[in-house]
Design a protein around this ligand. Structure first.
Ligand code: SAH
Ligand code: F3S
Length: 481
């Protein structure tokens, strides 16, 4: 997803408008990927109908929910620290109940209740509709657990409440789970099989956002390119679909086309793309519509064929280059970003050099780079020794980060002197007199507010830059406004 939020950062507590008559207070915070933040909006919506309003004060809460991430060990440690904090608050407010949601709940299941005495409730990513029953159990003094994974659940019928929203940009999930089984990754175990959401419910949610004044939607999934709706649930069952279902099926390129055509003034982004599944028709559809942003998050993890194969990434270095060449040919101004893992088991210096040379070829605009963290239960965790020493991992990671910073700066500089369309998203963090918004390529642009307003599309002349931010001056409204 775009993007795993730095695990060191404080999770955001999420707030929504109070519903009249609701008496109980929910404190909900999220860690990890955007899908977790999006899921928390579904959870808040379910609990709003159960008498809960959100609060920003942990101390006031009747129920504390933490939506958790298991992707790396550090992510889990962050959540453990938060549980310790809740424990301290519980001493003052002994009636407060604590629930763990998301990937750690799924990974640890009942064990959570033994390991962390403070936890009353454990709910996996596919079981949120059961929350009202589970909370009733907890109210009666029993611990409650539901970590059943589903082959159908997409929460397509639940209208998420937008938490901490700027009213301009929103996430809409289109798939859940992942069938890829990359050997380092815990996601297929914590989020289950891949299923696609009915395009009708996706379009309805986008229509609702449009009516409320939103201007940009990011379509979310662990692997959006493998979106496939044919009236059935699991993608892997498509083989069994009827001829009629096959003929009327909707793949990701179709879905993008449907969205861009039906909402010509809404901007669309999507995340995450997987190189093995990204087809030419997706790139062609992006090229065809101005309202599909020219930015692709395209994780590669490594530049070495041997490591790609050990990771069970189903493409070679050469195939990745061909994909990059096609993107550059069809969308010359497209920004591309990566995820990289340094120090996967057996990685040699030569493999690492292959990663650096792949980066030199692509010259990514952005990157999200991690040291390998062994995850229990994954194929690599079970079958491969975590044999790259910590200091070597760190050194390789630093080299990757430094090269990315160099490329990022080069890419950012290419925007200087251009006039670009920006969607105003918020006030600049640094100055109240400046707006901040992104260009199509996903780079943040800051410029004086003048008479422009939140949610407007503005043409901005780019005058200067820091390593990751562009600085400019508005020259008028864009046609899209
Ligand atoms: N398809 C997903 C990937 C989720 S994980 C998506 O939508 O983004 C995000 C990134 O975390 C991966 O691309 C990978 O670079 C990194 N990652 C996953 N498992 C990891 C592990 N065990 N150690 C280090 N990094 C990992
Ligand atoms: Fe993980 Fe690979 Fe899926 S990184 S989320 S198993 S595409």
């Amino acid at each position: 997803m775009e993007k795993v939020i730095d695990e060191n950062k404080q999770g955001e507590s999420l707030i929504l408008d109070a519903k009249q008559g609701n008496k109980r207070k929910l404190f909900i915070e999220s860690y990890g990927c955007q899908m977790n933040f999006s899921d928390s909006e579904i959870v808040a919506s379910i609990l709003q109908n159960e008498g809960f309003n959100t609060t920003q004060n942990l101390e006031d809460a009747d129920l504390v929910l933490v939506n958790t991430c298991s992707i790396r060990d550090k992510a889990e440690q962050t959540v453990r620290k938060r549980l310790a904090k809740y424990n301290a608050v519980k001493k003052i407010n002994p009636n407060m109940k604590v629930g763990v949601l998301g990937c750690m709940a799924e990974r640890l299941k009942n064990k959570f209740l033994e390991e962390e005495k403070i936890v009353d409730l454990v709910v996996g990513p596919d079981a949120y509709k059961d929350l009202p029953n589970l909370i009733a159990e907890v109210d009666e003094g029993r611990d409650a657990v539901n970590v059943l994974l589903s082959k159908e659940e997409t929460y397509g019928d639940i209208a998420p409440v937008r938490l901490n929203s700027n009213g301009v940009t929103a996430f809409v999930s289109i798939t859940r789970g992942c069938d890829n089984m990359c050997t380092f990754c815990v996601v297929p175990f914590t989020r289950g099989r891949e299923r696609s959401r009915d395009p009708r419910s996706i379009m309805e949610e986008i229509g609702d956002l449009w009516d409320k004044g939103f201007k940009e939607v990011t379509l979310l999934g662990q692997n959006v390119d493998s979106y496939l709706w044919y009236g059935g649930g699991l993608k892997r069952d498509f083989k069994k679909a009827s001829d009629m279902q096959k003929a009327t099926s909707v793949n990701f390129a179709h879905l993008l086309d449907l969205c861009a055509r039906k909402f010509p003034k809404m901007r669309f982004r999507f995340s995450t793309s997987n190189p093995q599944d990204m087809t030419l028709d997706v790139i062609e559809t992006m090229a065809k519509y101005d309202n599909i942003c020219k930015y692709i998050h395209l994780p590669v993890q490594s530049g070495s064929d041997r490591i790609l194969s050990a990771m069970f990434r189903q493409h070679t270095r050469q195939e990745y280059f061909e994909l990059i060449d096609n993107i550059r040919r069809l969308i010359p101004d497209c920004a591309i970003s990566q995820d990289m893992i340094a120090g996967f088991p057996t990685e040699t210096e030569e493999d690492h050099q292959d990663t650096l040379s792949l980066m030199e070829y692509v010259k990514y605009d952005f990157g999200f780079m991690f040291a390998y963290s062994e995850r229990p239960g994954t194929m690599a965790g079970r079958k491969m020794e975590d044999d790259v020493p910590e200091d070597v991992k760190k050194r390789r990671l630093n080299e990757i980060i430094q090269l990315q910073q160099k490329h990022g700066l080069e890419r950012t500089r290419e925007h200087l002197g251009r006039v670009e369309e920006i969607l105003i998203e918020k006030s600049s963090k640094r100055s109240d007199a400046h707006w901040a918004g992104r260009n199509s390529q996903n780079t943040m642009v800051v410029f004086p507010k003048a008479h422009y307003k939140l949610g407007e599309f503005v043409n901005v002349k780019i005058l200067d830059c820091t390593s990751a931010t562009l600085i400019g001056e508005a020259v008028g409204y864009s046609e899209n406004n």
